[in-house]
Write a protein that binds this ligand. Sequence first.
Ligand code: S3P
Length: 172
Amino acid sequence: MKIILIGYMGSGKSSVGRELAARLGVRFIDLDAEIEIQENVSISKIFSEKGEIFFRKLENFVLQRILQLDENYVLATGGGTPCYGNAMEIIIGQKDAISIYLKTSVDRLIARLVTEKDNRPLLAHLKNEAELNEFVRKHLFERSYFYNQAGIKVENEGSVSDTVEKITSLLF
Ligand code: S3P
């Protein structure tokens, strides 16, 4: 089975994905890392040199390539992956895959993102916590339309292991 984790930046897709993959004995794939390997450049550089539209097309292309792989894996998508073009339709239409929305409270997202925002091109321009707060609340609200289409929703409010435990008990 393929497991596709979706959710906002800072929702824990990579840390939960890595532990879940280890637990299931399958490969962990991080979509952002795959894009960086393919292009041999960082996500921030893609945004700054080629712009967001270029990034979104690339992201969709790499997503589709990964979905065609003939193996089981856990895929951590980027926070915006399901929200552009036909990506969410493709994700939910995938017969051998299950999509999981890692749902994290806005307060927790902000607490994580405040220290990590500079690695994220969409947040780097925000000057302080108040601006981050305002941006994330609106952005999450807009994106939730896509995230809520996932096959399963799992709250990621406790430890990574607790969330992995919740996911495995829902799957098996
Ligand atoms: C993005 C999230 C990032 C990365 C890019 C854009 C977004 O991934 O794909 O910076 O649009 O939410 P993470 O969710 O892993 O931070």
